[in-house]
Design a protein around this ligand. Structure first.
Ligand SMILES: Nc1ncnc2c1ncn2[C@@H]1O[C@H](COP(=O)(O)OP(=O)(O)O)[C@@H](O)[C@H]1O
Ligand SMILES: [Mg+2]
Length: 359
């Protein structure tokens, strides 16, 4: 029997960025209070939350007090130290469960899980010392991408490796720590499955967007994608198997590559609401943020039915200065994250261009 967390309760959210902000807005619509925990004053989520604790993720006293004040806790950012979540779990349920982070925080553990489940990925090998380099290249081939196993995001902590002699310098350049070398995938499309799983195992997925990245940062998501139906079915099936294997609760995303021959390879698993699902706010019966709140509170999942075709574009850095021009199109929905400082590469907002589906 799953205990439902009823409206009126307080949802604790670790992380104060735009994902937390959109979770707070969705929670508020359902009548929940929200408590943000993050290290920064004036974070985007704090501006719309019921209350905020500003403290470090390493502060056991602040974490324990936060845990006491919430009915369920979740996170909007996957690099929360796992021990912080385990500490919170002594006082309040944490969803997704902390053990899912132990896998998804480590690119090697993530790809090994796929391998164990027979789910294709790029060829990969760990690199934790210079001695690992020759064997790793033999496993992946060239070109390859060296990535730090932990803490990477928006393409940070990655180096393209074109020749065997590049690898050791790339590894040094990334801090000579635990890394993973991955074969470079010549993909036809980059796609993602945004998937929700409730505590009793019910699952819902959204229409699969095709995602365009520039400099390692998501630029644009489009639905429908140019990817064929059979490939989309394979992608959905992979996402179902992964969330079941992880015992996942909440909304997450599986980033994938689809090759020309229809093979689907998993790139990474994001254990949280995902940038490639932002369009669901404007185009779907239940958006990914509300769906996450429903899932972690043990409420029934809502319909993911889509009412519009969409192109979602991130406003990165100074793109945000053009905000006014987007409003000239009545079918473009503007979302700004309330970040006062514009910085190059920083996600400042997004726009979703809606098109009425013909027929
Ligand atoms: N093995 C690969 N082959 C080809 N492109 C890749 C590979 N790994 C990553 N990329 C490209 O770099 C982007 C960012 O890499 P990703 O592993 O998703 O890291 P991040 O955590 O920064 O999102 C991907 O969305 C993809 O466009
Ligand atoms: Mg990624």
């Amino acid at each position: 029997m799953i205990n439902e967390v009823a409206p009126g309760a307080t949802i604790g959210i670790l992380g104060g960025g735009q994902l937390g902000r959109m979770l707070c807005l969705a929670a508020a619509r359902l009548g929940y209070r929200t408590h943000i925990y993050c290290p920064d004053v004036g974070a985007p989520a704090s501006l719309v939350a019921s209350c905020t604790t500003v403290a470090s993720y390493e502060d056991p006293v602040a974490l324990a007090a936060f845990a006491q004040s919430v009915d369920v806790a979740t996170f909007e950012f996957e690099n929360i130290p796992a021990h912080a979540l385990e500490l919170i779990q002594r006082a309040a349920p944490v969803r997704p469960p902390p053990q899912t982070l132990r896998v998804t925080q480590d690119r090697l553990a993530e790809k090994s899980l796929c391998q164990d489940l027979g789910i294709p990925t790029a060829p990969f090998a760990p690199v934790s010392s210079s001695d690992d380099c020759p064997g790793a290249i033999a496993a992946t081939g060239l070109p390859a991408i060296l990535k730090t196993r932990r803490l990477g995001y928006d393409g940070k902590g990655q180096r393209l490796v074109r020749s065997a002699s590049d690898l050791e310098s790339a590894w040094m350049d990334l801090g000579a720590g635990d890394c993973i070398l991955e074969g470079f995938v010549d993909f036809a499309h980059e796609i993602s499955v945004v998937i929700a799983r409730g505590p009793s195992g019910t699952v819902a997925t959204y229409d699969i967007p095709e995602n365009l990245h520039r400099d390692g940062i998501l630029r644009e998501s489009r639905v429908p994608s140019a990817v064929g139906g059979a490939t989309r079915e394979t992608a959905r099936d992979i996402a179902h198997r992964l969330v079941a294997a992880l015992g996942y609760i909440g909304v997450g995303a599986v980033e994938m590559f689809a090759t020309k021959d229809g093979t689907v390879l998993v790139n990474e698993i994001a254990p949280r609401v995902h940038n490639s699902g932002h369009w669901t706010i404007d185009a779907c019966a239940t958006d990914q943020f509300e769906q996450h709140i429903r899932a972690i509170c043990g409420l029934p999942l809502g319909s993911t039915a889509r009412a519009f075709d969409i192109v979602m574009t991130n406003l990165i850095g100074s793109d945000v200065n053009e905000w006014r021009s987007y409003l000239d199109d009545p079918l473009t929905k503007l979302h700004l994250y309330g970040k006062s400082e514009v910085r190059a590469g920083r996600k400042m907002g997004h726009v979703t261009k809606l098109s009425v589906i013909a027929g």
